[in-house]
Design a binder for this molecule. Structure first.
Ligand code: UDP
Length: 322
């Protein structure tokens, strides 16, 4: 099939493109290289990359017409970026998705939209199910603007399905990690690994008792593909991630042990890390019941395997930089 991946030069997008090409598909990428990098995809044979934004409706229309289905990954992501560029975050995420929905609906192209576990908000529970209530913080705390923008994307996509029978699937990604992810926009694992390899202190925010579940990108991309190309999950929302939970302090210790680093750990108050009034989530884990029932999804890669892969990747990157 001919497939379009918006945000295809990003971390998850580039792994998805690699996988789709390995399955014999012809892949087009639309990416404005805001956080993506051309280097992420230049090694993939036969790929066509258009450097432009999903806000450019004419380009989106031309590309959508050419392909059979669309994966929409392009978005402003990463807590650091979201907090420092709130206007761009909200506008990009809402307008970009609106444009992709309009054009895929016009040509009736099946569409998968990647959403985020952030839409659950701060929640009071540890494990989130797709139909759980959402608890979003006040509008003066920037973090929640990102959650709200992605929730609006979901509302709009589901409205397109209900009103126009536009074939769209929504996937809420939980902390996805792997090679090529950068720590520049906040993501904790590449940050810790880079700090450890440089023998610098690992910056644990808050008390380090907050927990997360990290999914390997190599487990995630085949699931995205199944959910869209099987064609029988339209109008549905799925969690996708891993259910192995770890506290951030324990994660830091594991990174130090697995890199053999002499780094120490420093605890950094949230205000210092993200500015005043930042609210972090204590716990976040996905219920994977629905996606397991749908496509038999089960994460295969353990946290230790993930860490070893990321460590090897960042080691190579650092040694190239010299
Ligand atoms: N975090 C940390 N040190 C860092 C970066 C992040 O302790 O240098 C924490 C962050 O506060 C959060 C967790 O690690 O509790 C995961 O952060 P990330 O930004 O990767 O994802 P989030 O789950 O917040 O979207």
């Amino acid at each position: 099939m001919k497939l379009l991946v918006t945000g295809g030069a990003g971390f998850i997008g580039s792994h998805l493109c690699e996988y789709l090409v390995s399955q014999g598909h012809e892949v087009f990428v639309l990416d404005d290289l805001s956080t993506g990098r051309y280097e992420n995809i230049e090694h993939i044979p036969g790929i066509t990359c258009i450097i432009d934004s999903t806000l450019n409706q004419d380009i989106v229309r031309d590309l959508v017409r050419e392909v059979h289905a669309v994966f929409h990954l392009a978005a402003t992501v990463g807590v650091q970026l979201v907090v420092s560029q709130p206007v761009q975050t909200i506008i990009n995420n809402i307008r970009g998705t609106e444009t992709v929905l309009q054009e895929t609906c016009r040509y009736r192209r099946p569409l998968l939209i990647t959403s985020t576990s952030e839409v659950y908000g701060k929640g009071v529970r540890e494990v989130f199910h797709e139909n759980d209530d959402r608890v979003i913080g006040p509008t003066n705390l920037t973090r929640w603007g990102y959650a709200a923008s992605k929730a609006v994307d979901e509302f709009l996509a589901l409205a397109y399905w209900k009103e126009k029978r536009h074939p769209v699937v929504i996937v809420r990604l939980f902390n996805t990690v792997g090679p090529r992810q950068t720590g520049r926009y906040g993501m904790v694992i590449p940050r810790f690994v880079e700090q450890a390899l440089r023998n610098e202190p690992l910056t644990v925010y808050g008390d380090g008792k907050q927990t997360r579940c990290f999914a390997y990108v190599g487990d995630v991309v085949p699931a995205l593909t199944e959910l869209l190309l099987r064609g029988n999950f339209y109008g549905e929302v799925f969690n996708l991630g891993n259910s192995e939970s770890v506290s951030i302090e324990a994660l830091a210790r594991r990174v130090i042990a697995r890199t053999g680093s002499s780094s120490t750990i420093v605890f950094v108050p949230y205000d210092q890390a993200y500015g005043e009034g930042y609210e972090d989530l204590r716990h976040r884990a996905p219920s994977l019941e629905k996606i397991h029932a749908a496509i038999g999804y089960q994460p295969k890669t353990s946290l230790d395997q993930i860490l070893d892969t990321v460590i090897a990747d960042i080691r190579t990157r650092l040694s190239r930089r010299g």
